[in-house]
Design a binder for this molecule. Structure first.
Ligand SMILES: NC(=O)c1ccc[n+]([C@@H]2O[C@H](COP(=O)([O-])OP(=O)(O)OC[C@H]3O[C@@H](n4cnc5c(N)ncnc54)[C@H](OP(=O)(O)O)[C@@H]3O)[C@@H](O)[C@H]2O)c1
Length: 309
């Protein structure tokens, strides 16, 4: 009897691990010669793997990162792994509206194209506020990408057909959009999940506003990926998460697949404004598909950054 229980439990654990680590790869072979891709947080994790894949396809890849030393080391790695020298770094700190404005001024001055913008950078530790006084998760994960995207829209429209890809997460399901707490650092998980819900609402409103311009927008869940995302969490959380990450999380390369798919596939264009997971369109829970909330978030974000898009 005891042996049978052990065998059944082992089998169930094996199936659960296999289910959690299931991952579809992007099979598109499309080249991106002559295209320019900007990817935020391209120095690490999912962003770095996405950069390698897109550089391999011939794109000019620019990684927007806050730390020059880490970024320059990553540029070398990406160049080596993709066998492309057309990989570059520009300084961008998404926690600072000033840095985003400087970055965009410089980008628009020097870059004649922007075919794919991937808002990938993100943080999960949310206990402080940004230099502009916003809760860090909201500031870095939503407000920064909102300002960056709206300032770069001019170049995206000129380069149409073009795409904006927002890396969200399926933890949005546990979130609510609380319009009263943008300036207060609240419970870390609640802040993180609500910033990921904001990514989805932003994408939907963006695609609605860009109808007919040739600029498409998508949001996605990359899977649960063993990156540095948890590295700033308290020691105890990291210790608890360690075995879970080892058993259930997928590799960085696997985690980049849905971003790559949204960047290169022509099939995704039928789902403009949509949410993707595992290289497929995924059904959104209704609170994330609420057009009224998406519109309110857009207008609130415009007021908070002091910029009408
Ligand atoms: N890993 C997962 O399981 C998972 C699941 C769902 C969604 N996601 C999403 O996937 C995206 C990528 O995360 P990851 O897992 O690849 O984590 P990661 O390895 O920690 O990468 C995050 C990237 O964001 C950058 N970043 C953080 N704050 C920034 C700021 N203020 N300005 C500019 N860049 C900043 C980081 O730069 P530094 O190197 O300088 O810190 C890093 O390059 C995030 O949006 C995350 O929410 C991840």
């Amino acid at each position: 009897m005891y042996t049978l229980v052990v065998v059944v439990l082992s089998l169930l654990s094996f199936l659960l691990i296999k289910y959690c680590r299931r991952c579809r790869y992007c099979l598109e072979t499309k080249r991106l010669d002559g295209k320019t891709v900007l990817i935020t947080g391209g120095n690490s994790g999912i962003g770095k793997e996405t950069s390698i894949d897109l550089a391999r396809r011939g794109a000019r890849v620019i990684i927007g990162c806050r730390n020059a030393m880490r970024a320059e080391a990553a540029v070398k790695d990406i160049q080596q792994a993709s066998r492309s020298m057309n990989v570059h770094f520009r300084k961008l700190d998404l926690s600072s509206l000033r840095s985003i404005r400087e970055f965009c001024r410089d980008f628009l001055e020097k870059e004649k194209r922007l075919d794919i913008l991937i808002n990938n950078a993100g943080i999960s530790s949310c206990s402080t506020v940004t230099e502009d006084g916003f809760a860090t998760c909201f500031g870095v994960n939503h407000l920064g990408p909102f300002l960056l995207t709206t300032l770069l829209l001019v170049r995206l429209k000129e380069s149409a057909p073009s795409r904006v890809i927002n890396v969200s997460s399926d933890v949005y399901r546990m979130a609510t959009m609380d319009f009263t707490r943008f300036r207060t650092a609240s419970r870390p998980f609640a802040s993180y999940s609500s910033s990921k819900l904001a990514n989805i609402l932003f994408t939907r409103e963006l695609s609605r506003r860009l109808e007919g311009t040739g600029v498409a927008a998508f949001s996605l869940h990359p899977g649960y990926v063993s990156t540095n995302l948890l590295s700033n969490q308290p020691f105890l959380i990291r210790m608890v998460m360690c075995p879970i990450v080892c058993l259930f999380f997928i590799s960085n390369e696997a985690g980049a697949q849905t971003s790559v798919h949204c960047a290169v596939s022509d099939q995704v264009l039928q789902h403009n404004g949509g949410f993707f997971s595992n290289c497929r369109p995924a059904q959104l829970w209704c609170h994330a598909a609420d057009t009224g909330v998406a519109k309110k978030l857009w207008e609130t974000s415009e007021q908070l950054v002091g910029q009408k898009a």
